[in-house]
Design a protein around this ligand. Structure first.
Ligand SMILES: O=C(O)CCC(=O)C(=O)O
Length: 258
């Protein structure tokens, strides 16, 4: 696969190389191998411990999966997780790929239960923003990993619609042309280990394979938008005002508070 690179030494990846940056722009994603260290894993487990104690923990979809619903912020927008989203390296990558100053939009946990899959879709049509995707236990195709269509972030909606229609008819799936059952001829699986990180464009067409295992598959994903798009997209984070004293000046700016 074009966008997978030789593993960098764990913990030394600070920003994308020019080759990675070019791949991101051409393909709409990159897979950064060995992004996280064992120490990062330990910090993440500590950050998730309160959520696990309160009932979430790979035992089901998190019950309030929409950012504005009560309860959601208790897990995904806690101080340690926000600090993780705001890690200087992910901020540097977001600024690099968007070629702009950025704001944190939100972060969410997504569980994929056994026998479930996410159908083909793109998050937005027009506005590019950048998503970071960390599969906490890694993910193989059999465990419901991400699948993407390289370059589809730059394709017009009508073009990709027509393409999906044609493929679905060929595969006798015209009644469910965006379903996970549709195999796109140019799709690639993004199989990852728990230490890897995927960075992708919000406009990229993607979905997942069916999770054929008997285990939940958990994704932690967060997004940065361009500061100039804040009026349309900035998540307000009202519950997080209490954390203000814990944030550096730079982190406050990234949260849109300065
Ligand atoms: O669960 C996944 O791997 C995919 C999630 C997804 O489609 C999304 O974040 O838009």
């Amino acid at each position: 696969m074009r966008a997978v690179f030789t593993a960098s030494k764990a913990g030394t990846q600070t920003m994308l190389t020019s080759t990675q940056l070019q791949r991101y722009h051409e393909d709409g994603f990159i897979l950064v191998p060995s992004f996280y260290t064992a120490a990062d894993d330990e910090r993440l487990e500590a950050a998730l411990a309160p959520a696990r104690r309160s009932g979430w923990g790979g035992s089901g979809r998190y019950p309030c999966s929409h950012p504005v619903e009560r309860g959601f912020a208790d897990v995904c927008h806690t101080l340690p997780l926000i600090k993780r989203y705001l890690h200087p390296t992910s901020v540097a990558i977001a600024r690099q790929v968007l070629a702009a100053d950025v704001l944190l939009r939100c972060g969410i946990l997504v569980d994929l239960e056994p026998n479930d899959a996410t159908p083909w879709h793109r998050d937005v049509q027009g506005l590019p923003f950048t998503l970071f995707m960390h599969y906490l236990q890694g993910a193989s195709a059999a465990h419901g990993c991400l699948r993407v269509i390289p370059g589809s972030h730059l394709m017009e909606e009508a073009y990709i619609d027509a393409e999906f229609d044609r493929v679905a008819v060929e595969q006798n799936l015209s009644h469910c042309r965006r379903s996970e059952l549709v195999v796109h001829p140019r799709e690639v699986p993004l199989e990852v280990r728990h230490e890897d990180l995927i960075v992708r464009d919000s406009r990229l067409w993607h979905g997942t394979y069916v999770n054929k295992s008997d285990r939940y598959r958990t994704l932690l994903t967060w997004a940065f938008i361009r500061r100039q798009d804040a009026s349309e997209w900035r998540f307000p984070f009202p519950e997080q005002l209490q954390f203000m004293p814990e944030f550096t000046t730079e982190e406050r700016r990234l949260m849109g508070w300065a």
